[in-house]
Design a protein. Sequence first.
Length: 345
Amino acid sequence: MARALPRIDLTPQERRELDRIVRADTSEQRAVLRARIVLLADEMLSTQEIINMLGVSKPVVVKWRSRFARDRLDGLRDAPGRGRPRIYGPDTRLKIATEACRPPEGATHWSTRELAEHIGGVSHVTVHRVLAAERIKPHLQEMWLNSQDPDFEAKQAEIIGLYLDPPEGALVLCVDEKTGVQALGRKAPDKPVRPGAMAKREFEYVRHGTKSLLAALAVHEGTVTGSCYDRHSNVEFLDFLRILDRTYPSGELHLIVDNLSVHKHSNIRNWLEGHPRIKLHFTPTHASWLNQIELWFSILGRKLLKRGIFNSTDELVAKIIDYIERYNQSARPFQWTYTGDPLTV
């Protein structure tokens, strides 16, 4: 007669940890399998039911269920000494990691095979494993941009102050241009997504021209005002300022803009002198991320422009304006979290 397996009763903390292991993209598959066995056992499923659901053998289910019952979460970890011992010692691993961080002569970075040949006595598979373990990725590169604006601190403090504590009765607007928005058509219709297959699109496209979008985000309301133009000179920016003046007819307007030359044109300065309730605040150079309208432009790009099909510039403009109207129906302000503390790279 088979011996009854111990009952599994998880504590809330144990269930949270096992759920985390199952959901995490970085979890090893063997750890995920063990966690699933225990979670299913906690739901009072029989050994045979767990076998059928997970497609594993009975000894596997019995082993990990019993080990968890005895040692709890520690029982799901591999015992010391499991697996094949390392062939290469710490000196070899250190040499691989060190050389990977030094670009080869006449090239920008190593491949695993080139690095293995350079070091000698190791395979490219070993090199790959060492680099993966040390999280060294010589084939990848990230870009960053350092602002040299001498007034960076003062400018960013001014803008963040408007975000976190605006003047009473004032409205803060983040304003910018999204230039060169292309009206791209396709030579063949899309094939929609279906079970087992992603959506497909004809590779070739047809250009129908471009438009420039001027948009303003009301920071503390989340709503957007936008207008499309053929160009993006000071003439169009002045026209958009007049639109904002009519859209928000009372109270001070504090507009956050970047350092584009059209924002500082003499025509703009002259017009602002006659409209003292409208004030411009300039972001530091190379710090457009401080302007929240960039967050909304990213949403617009993902939701409409990247995968949209536009058979004319008029259709492009119509769909942009329609998207803004729909967005405003459920708009919410962004939760600004940057406090102005120094950034690190």
